[in-house]
Design a protein around this ligand. Structure first.
Ligand code: SF4
Length: 318
């Protein structure tokens, strides 16, 4: 099993950066980068400071779809009071099967200035959440960084979870080094053609492999406290897709080989047809996961040598 750390010995990574002044420097660098945006692997080169936008449809300020204590996350994140989720609107991927289509494709939500983002974090902390969980954050790294010092000054002390598709640039991850406690990338596709067809991002697999290795180098394997709550490290997700289009076996082999057998992995089975998927378009994925597809996925993970599989899914394997 993985290492553990007593909660009272844990300090979120960002506090040290804040004390040293490095966090303020990162905020400045991140905001300047918005002027010619290459903050994700799309490399759009638009001036978001002037409120122009491209693929992610987000200009100067983040848009937030919702924020709430989330009880659907992994046990080590939701605990008993929930994971303090802040769900960003729009997205830099274009997954045709998106299960949050109204938020990620249609931008449901409202603009949030840094003070409002900071207030959301503090509200979630006051509600007893165990962490702050930034969902779909790839295109708003500068905006998150900008809000963070305000939240810290007002007493934020929770670990930060970066809940990402892994379509992140190395520059963004450099900006987040020592800020994020828990990286939670969802490794979606192994094959470039599948990533092009289903997410309009043929460079996704290559970008995700590079990003996930960088995340792991920064935070290491997942470490829990005495109550089984995640404090720091990498929690890798993988959504099993119908018809094997995600490349589960290749992904599990890569994770075991490149990150090691103690990588915490959640093999997820909750895919259902949504977004643009129908009986006319993207027909191959117009169904849920069959029982043997989940079993095969979990077997592939075990055969690769991975020994820290999220127990809720792993218990279902026969
Ligand atoms: S963050 Fe948005 S504007 Fe910037 S490169 Fe990515 S998709 Fe393009």
């Amino acid at each position: 099993m993985g290492a553990s750390l007593k909660r009272d010995q844990f300090e979120p990574a960002y506090l040290r950066l804040h004390r040293s002044g490095e966090l303020a420097r990162r905020v400045k660098e991140a905001l300047e980068a918005l002027a010619d945006c290459t903050l994700c692997p799309r490399d759009c080169h638009v001036d978001r400071l002037a409120d122009r936008f491209a693929v992610c449809k987000t200009g100067r300020y983040a848009v937030v779809g919702s924020h709430f204590p989330h009880f659907g996350e992994e046990d080590c994140l939701r605990g008993w009071n929930g994971s303090g989720t802040i769900f960003f609107s729009w997205c830099n991927l274009r997954c045709v099967f998106c299960q949050n289509y109204d938020i990620s494709w249609e931008g449901a939500g409202r603009g949030a200035r840094p003070e409002e983002l900071a207030a959301m974090m503090l509200r979630l902390q006051a509600q007893g959440c165990h962490n702050i969980n930034f969902v779909t954050p790839e295109h708003v790294v500068p905006q998150i960084l900008e809000a963070l010092p305000l939240a810290i000054e007002a007493g934020l002390r929770l670990p930060l979870v970066y809940n990402t598709s892994a379509y992140d640039s190395l520059h963004s991850l450099e900006l987040l080094d020592g800020v994020v406690d828990i990286y939670m990338p969802d490794f979606k596709f192994w094959d470039a053609e599948m990533a092009r067809h289903y997410s309009k991002a043929p460079n996704y697999p290559e970008a995700a492999r590079r990003a996930i290795k960088t995340m792991h180098r920064q935070v290491g394997d997942l470490v829990m406290d005495e109550n089984g709550l995640a404090l720091r490290g990498l929690l890798l997700r993988h959504l099993v897709m119908p018809g094997g289009i995600a490349g589960t076996r290749e992904i599990m082999d890569w994770v075991a080989r490149e990150l090691g057998p103690d990588t915490y992995v959640n093999v997820m089975a909750q895919y259902y047809p949504a977004g643009k998927v129908s009986n006319r378009e993207y027909v191959v994925i117009n169904r849920g996961i069959a029982g043997d597809e989940l079993r095969d996925a979990l077997r592939a993970a075990r055969a690769a040598g991975l020994r820290r599989l999220d127990t809720r899914q792993a218990a279902r394997v026969v």
